[in-house]
Design a protein around this ligand. Sequence first.
Ligand code: WT7
Length: 650
Amino acid sequence: MESKTNSGSIETVIKESRSFKPSTTFIAQAHINDPAHYERLWQASQENPENFWEQQALSLDWTEKWKRVHEWNEPFSKWFTGGKLNVSVNCLDRHLSRHGNKKAFIWEGEDGTVTTLTYRELHQKVCQLANALEKKLGLKAGDTASIYMPLIPEAIIAMLACARIGVAHSIVFAGFSSNSLRDRILDAECKVVFAADVGYRRGQALDLKKTVREAVQECPTVKATLLLRRDKQTALVSQELDWNAFIEGQSSIHVPQSFDSEQPLFFLYTSGTTGKPKGIVHSSGGYLTGVTTTAKWIFDLKDSDIYWCTADIGWITGHSYVVYGLLANAATSVIYEGAPMHPHPGRIWEIIDKHKVTILYTAPTAIRSFMRSGDEHPKRFQLDSLRLLGSVGEPINPEAWMWYFELIGKKKCPIVDTWWQTETGSILISPIPGVTTLKPGSATRPFPGIIVDVVNDEGHSCKPNEGGYLVIKNPWPSMLRTIHKDPERFKEQYWSKFKGVYFTGDGAHKDEQGYFWIKGRVDDVINVSGHRLGTMEIESALVSHPRVAEAAVVGRPDELKGQGIVAFVTPRDSREKLDIHSLSRELKAHVVNEIGALARPDEIKFTKTLPKTRSGKIMRRLLKDLAAGKQVSGDTTTLENPGLVELIES
Ligand code: WT7
């Protein structure tokens, strides 16, 4: 990379908006490396996005060609209607003749164990499982199944087997509590649950079967739990089937059916501004078109690449850029079950050297913790196989960007800062590494075929550098189709704030060169380590505790995690003396039990009352300031109790 300025201090980076052009070596090998040509393509795609996406869809294998590229019944979109395909065939079968012996996945356990799966082996295992699901459990297209598993090959085999037979999967991150899992299974009416008895992380075995058993007990739709027994001691309980016995003797040939382009491929639950998680519904043809194209262009994928995305399959990043987008491109991926800094702080760098990883895709929160653990750790490793770096999940601060660029990428790897959401399915704003000049902290420009803007409260385009709301102005193939069982909420949440455009929930500004700078959420959603949590969801968990009268949850800036969770709680009057330390511990444990460890509040502040407006709305802005340790700012004259948030101290 060639830097435009010479000075290296962070202040200079921010003040002078330092920018980086791709290096000549990177350009020389990149798929897309002619800026003028790319600019023409980009302009044309802005004028006619459907044409751009139709061209991309042609790269997939369809058994029947679509009749229409796009049907828009605002805000409901259908893409490639009339077209038929099988997603698992596109990820596996079509690669077998050329890439049968190529590795699809290199799995590494925390203890250093390695298992690899070639495209042929993966295909056989998916076929076996698909056969067993159809023959033994009678699963068929339109059914749903839940997956609650650690990051191991079987979890991916389960995803692809579902896709192969038209069953929509709903993966629940194996860190959510049994209540969360139960609610998601019930909402999606899953017939089968794929599970593992244990997961391994930070040297410990996590008891996943306990969570699954508690959840499934209250789920009448579940016919069977398919349990992968990793620990020899694990015994089966009623309703559970042993995974290996289940697939034993099944043929590794499975003749696939084709499904409609709009067949739901999966549901993925994510937090919103109300207490109840939303089941985001993704399609088959449009989704696969989006993830396949973006993976190829943004990661500049080559046959020789060893790609590593550190996300878990429980999140959208794992769905799109560990599984579907990568397999559809016949790529080789590393997957790792374990913590990136365990058993030593250089574990991630060790894995990169060991497998000669060429592309690393990770989150700013992880980058900041690597930074904090000390430069000596990455310096112990070569890291010379790397040629491209990626970032996702939250805004990356220029300091972390520069560290990633200099220390990990050795100033020769472009960084693709990719903006997208669970709902968008695929990346919508990102550099194209062989042509885009990078600016640390900016996700740069929209992907071709995506029309993005920043608008003010009235929905008018903001001026350059003026802050506003980030919106997407045209439908795109991989966008969510609806919220499962709740089309009204889908309309309300995304399509009602501004007429005819998709509201992202993010604040942003666009600079003079059309680069987007994303600030973060403007709604009641907090982003902790790149994972989205609704404040209302945590509040409902808190008020379900008998000693809580009222609760308000806000995010506060956190150097490592992006945002931390602060809860303001008004306890119920009780005869017992209030021991705020023990109640605080109890309430944190309660939230973990209700939602999962990722929702654990960092701090609970007890208050005599919560600040409210005269109409009874909690003054969140004020609480946010308080949580961040700021002077309470702005207008508090509408407060019911001006100036009064009386904290109960110990
Ligand atoms: C929210 C979506 C997309 C996969 C991971 C998170 C924030 C995501 C970036 C980025 C700034 C980002 C946004 C977005 N976000 N990527 N590159 N720069 N912010 O998925 O849980 O659906 O969260 O993550 O606030 O709305 P998600």
